[in-house]
Design a binder for this molecule. Sequence first.
Ligand SMILES: O=C(O)CCC(=O)C(=O)O
Ligand SMILES: [Fe+2]
Length: 359
Amino acid sequence: MVVLSKGELEQIALPGVQRAAPPLAAVPEVDLSTAATSGRAAAARAVARACEEHGFFKVTGHGVPRPLLARVEAAATAFFALPQREKEKAAAAVAAPGGGPFGYNSKRIGGNGDLGWVEYLLLGVTAAGAAAAPVALPGAPPPSAPAEASPCCFRDLLDEYVAAVRRMTCTVLELMAEGLGLEDRGVFTRLVLDGDSDSMLRVNHYPPKQQQQQGSRLTGFGEHTDPQIISVLRSNATAGLEIELRDGTWVAVPSDTDSFFVNVGDALQVLTNGRFRSVRHRVMVSSARPRVSVIFFGGPPPRERLAPLPGLVDREGGRRRYREFTWREYKTSAYRTKLADNRLGYFETATAAAAAATS
Ligand SMILES: O=C(O)CCC(=O)C(=O)O
Ligand SMILES: [Fe+2]
């Protein structure tokens, strides 16, 4: 088990963010069921508007079966209730041969000293539509645990979940392309469906606060932008997610177990030449109830060369905000940074950097 020193625990209880953020008054919402009918153009426009304004919106009418969502939530809760030893054994099984970020972790986010009041399972997503690790997660649950806490069952369930959520994600990505007026509707979808797509699934569990932490707001997951093209999140009924608006204020996103929340990621900000905004967000733990969230991150293949799409650059008089780079390069550079760093700064063109400095 990871034991934190007093100083490390103080870092999680950040004094600067003690005040509760006000709720986001109107969460932009897109009903995907209307996109299947005559409302497609309106849905595409609503998606593009939300990506430009917030880089964030809520998806209803998504078609992912409710019982599947409930089973995943129950299995995740049961998994994190397993003895620490079992969770760590699972980590060893999903770790990539050469190391890397996959597996189970507690309190430590990434390799550069970021801490949060969270434990999580991070799994690679394979091209075949299956999620998770190529090997079964070992470890039998204690006899009292529900069957779905068994890491093998949990893995199978997550496979099913990823297949359903990836399908829905592709519909959203197509709507984004349409909303931008791009002729090639599949320009984003292709990257996520590619056999080598660098997609992931993260299951987060924010444990209830301990006695001595009552009254303080803890950093569950510090502020950051997501690296990939798109993130699609579903949580239990415990709030905690907050996003930063364009004017720099933070707002709380009310939880909604029937909907998914979509974040624009860094890669999509680049592809759209900055028109879509990679949303800065965090999770604050202020409730005594645990929060469980499951996030599908749709990413491009490592070899993919990313650059602003020419059609979108033309619309800005030829001004390119980012230079071309491969996804592998971005990741190499990002792994050296802290969670809160602006990871795209390194890839900005000189004109974009100059514009940012004067704004
Ligand atoms: O757990 C959440 O609700 C969000 C966590 C998050 O932003 C992430 O895992 O990238
Ligand atoms: Fe995130």
